[in-house]
Structure formats: C-alpha cells, structure tokens
Design a binder for this molecule. Structure first.
Ligand SMILES: [Zn+2]
Length: 468
C-alpha cells in the first residue's frame, strides 16, 4: 500500500471528526476496575467500556467477538491471524486536580482532555479506525489482523492472561500502550526482601524505629525515625550537613523523651531513580554520621548505609552494578524500610539488563547481605527482548519513519514492563510521541488530535505491511 493513498484517506477532515468522536465515546464510559460480577470479571465499568468499543467496531463494519467479558476481539478478515494489536479500555482512577470532567472528553485547541485519552482509549480508537481504513482502502491482505481490547491492564493484566491461556500467540504483536518509535527491550527485575532480627536493646543513643517508602516501585519521598539518647540540638548539625550532602530535607522534633526525625526526598519511578531523592538512603546517611551506641540496630543501619550509599542508583556498593550495550545499566532503588525493637526489613527495586543473571546479580547480592548477617529472599524476574533486526521491529520502525520524517529511529530499552512483557515476540509501539507529555495516570490527562491522527496513519501502514 503506498503512502499517498493512506495520507489522502486520513487527510479527509471527516476522518479527524470520526477519530475524536470514537475517543469521546470510549472516554465517556468510566472504566475503573470494580468488584467482579458473573458477567464482568473486572467490574461493571471496564465491561461497559468493552461493550461500547465492540458496538463502535460493529458500526464500522468490522467483525467482533466478546471473549467471555475478559477481552474484546475485532478481526479484519477470516484468514489466519498474523498480527495482534493489543491495548486496553480500563483506566486508573481520576484522582484530584482536574480542570475538566475526567469522564466527559473535551477538545480544546487540538488537545483532548479526559481520563484514558492517552492511556489507552485514544490509541485503541486509532487502532480501530486504522483497521477500518485498511478495509475501506481495499488492501489485499493475505492474513488477518486482530485487535484485542483488554480490560485489566492497569490492575494486573488478568484479561490477557485469560485470553492467552486459551488462544495462541500471533506471529507478530504490537501494543500501542507506551512510546514511539518502538520498545523492544523491557529489563528484567530483582526485588528481594532482606532483613535481620535482634534481641531487645538497652544501649543509648540508638534508633528505636524507622519507616520509609510506601510502594516498591517508587523512590521513597519520605522516611521517618525515632531516636533516644540524644536531644534535638545535638542532632540538628548532623541533619544540616547530611541535607547538604544528599539533597534531602530534615525536620527534628522532641517527642516525650525521644527525638522524632522526618526526612523528605523527592519521588520518582523506581526505574528512573536518578530523577528522585531517596529519603531512606538519606536517613541512613544521617544514622551513619550520628554518635550512636555500638549495638545491633546501629550496626544493621550502618551496614545498610554501606550497601546502599545515597546516590548509588546502580548497585555499585552491593556489587551488582552492570550494563550491556543493548539494554543499558542496572538501576536500583531502595524503596521500602521498616525497623523496630526486634529487627529490620527492607526491599529494593532493581531493573536489570539482559546480561544480569543469578550468578552476577542475585547470588552476589545475597552474599553481600550475608556478610553483615542479613538474609535476602526473592527471585529475579525475566527480561523481555525482541531482536532489533527482527522483521516486526524493522517494519514498525520503517512505518514510524515514513510518516514522521524521523531518520534512523532507534528502538528503545526501558526499565518498566508493558502490556507485552509476557508475550513472546511482542513490542510496544506508540502512541506517545517524543516531546508531548500526556499526563498519564495524573490529572488533566491529554492527547493531541494531530498525534493520534499520525498514529492512525502509521498503524494503517503497519497493518498493510505486516498482513499482506
Ligand atoms: Zn496503559
């Protein structure tokens, strides 16, 4: 299929109106996960969005099926399926801070606002209309393209687990639920739980309690501690010095004979720890500096400071730092920590490159912990990798380059996992273009109509090229 025909098809102003109308219909159905019912495994919201999307596809003259209310299927023809396009209709909750009604899609100056316009209802509408375009253009195909409308991507992907437990994978799968140009590598992971316990202590000064972090995949923005045996005036100069050294903030208050410490950092996704300030490791830096008694809790905290010095986001001190050319460097975020009178427990979140395995990662970390009397438990998660020279990746990159004018687009390696993480040969393809912030999962989520239209053209070409 040549580009001129696809451009001409999409440059008809009616297509843009159809696109905006399709996105609007999907966004206006609130599809946050709810309690399951016999006919709605992820609650009534996602199921209603599925019904609406299938109705839309049927109106477009495409062949549809509701797969046990887990996913919807839209097929281009009755031939053997060669391509799965995988996206989702469920959304995360709206949160607060919206300037518009999150479940009433509005357009302003070429930008659509509403929950799901970018993640992932806009991209789903684009893929659906691209299938319609392929049909309208009468492209002779030798294989089927199937759009799979998921309904549980945001809460564990039980939708596609159900589907793929019963149906074969397609030779090619792309998921417009991430970034252009194409993501072909998703790192593996290693997120062990480590800890140590001890008998009741009496020595002072010592740390009585610590709590830091709230979610494994977030750089902890806050951590707090209680300390006995020192007063606030003794502690403050250390806080000042450590604040300067780490970029974290400290507040110190006296509370019934103990000192209460609060440390404030900056949150970021655990896969990009350099963008955050880790409050747990900043607090450990402070403990290492304070004149604490030599007792079990102090030794444990100082050991953790040695293994996770503030700013070491690559696992250098733990001994697992590594990188390779295809997938980049290992990243590490010490994200959860708790200490009380009987011991301590923590977790870190590391995203590991393809070269990482048990021998150079898990085993090394476990013996580093063992040197300080800590135990560590947890297995490594496998990476996802599709060869950059595979026909799928090369074809998608070519489609992207053709319509964007970008030259030599390179596939991306990321630390996070996408919808295709467990699908052999699957890649993420769109719909975020570099330079546009869709505010996904946040207030005022947005999508550019121009970008979505561009995605429609790219998908149309991709379906033609992969299925003919
Ligand atoms: Zn998504």
């Amino acid at each position: 299929m040549d580009r001129a025909k696809i451009e001409a098809y999409w440059n008809d102003p009616q297509r843009t109106r159809d696109l905006v109308s399709a996105v609007t219909r999907l966004v206006n159905v609130k599809s946050v996960k709810g309690s399951p019912t016999p006919d709605a495994p992820f609650g009534p919201g996602p199921d209603a969005a599925l019904t609406e999307a299938l109705k839309l596809a049927e109106e477009l003259g495409l062949s549809i099926a509701n797969y046990d209310h887990y996913v919807g299927l839209v097929d281009l023809n009755g031939r053997e399926t060669r391509l799965h396009i995988l996206g989702h209709l469920d959304v995360v909750g709206e949160g607060s801070g919206w300037s518009t009604d999150p479940y009433s899609c509005v357009e302003k100056d070429g930008i659509l606002y509403g929950r799901g316009v970018s993640d992932d209802k806009g991209p789903m509408a684009a893929a659906l209309l691209a299938m319609k375009a392929v049909q309208d253009l009468g492209v002779p195909l030798t294989a089927n393209a199937r759009l799979i409308l998921g309904t549980d991507e945001e809460s564990g992907s039980d939708d596609i687990a159900y589907y793929y437990a019963r149906e074969p994978y397609a030779p090619y799968t792309f998921s417009p639920d991430a970034d252009f140009p194409v993501i072909n590598i998703e790192k593996g992971s290693y997120k062990p739980t480590f800890g140590k316990s001890w008998d009741t202590e009496t020595a002072i000064p010592r740390i009585l309690a610590v709590d830091g972090g709230f979610r494994i995949n977030v750089v902890p923005p806050e951590a707090s501690a209680t300390l006995t045996g020192l007063d606030t005036e003794q502690v403050k100069p250390f806080c000042k010095a450590v604040a300067e050294q780490t970029g974290a903030g400290f507040t110190v208050t006296q509370e019934q004979g103990t000192v209460r410490l609060r440390c404030t950092g900056k949150n970021a996704h655990a896969a990009s720890p350099d963008s955050g300030v880790n409050a747990i490791t900043a607090l450990l830096t402070l403990f290492a500096a304070l004149p604490l008694a030599d007792c079990e809790s102090t030794r444990a905290l100082r050991a953790l400071h040695t293994l996770f010095p503030h700013g070491d986001n690559r696992g250098q001190a733990l001994g697992i730092a590594q990188s390779d050319e295809t997938s980049g460097a290992l990243t590490l975020t010490f994200s959860l920590f708790h200490l009380d009178a009987s011991g301590c427990k923590g977790r870190f979140d590391s995203r590991v490159p393809l070269c990482a395995g048990e021998n150079n990662c898990k085993n090394v970390a476990e013996s580093a912990f063992a040197r300080y009397g800590f135990t560590a438990e947890g297995n490594m998660g496998t990476p996802h990798y599709v060869d950059a020279d595979s026909p799928l990746v090369k074809t998608l990159l070519r489609c992207y380059e053709t319509y964007t004018g970008v030259k030599n687009a390179k596939p991306l390696a990321i630390g996070g996992g996408t919808y295709v993480h467990d699908i052999p040969g699957g890649v993420a393809f769109g719909c975020d273009f570099p330079g546009f912030d869709p505010k996904m999962h946040a207030a005022n989520e947005q999508a550019s109509v121009g970008n979505l239209l561009l995605a429609c053209k790219i998908f149309t070409q991709a379906i033609c090229d992969l299925c003919s």
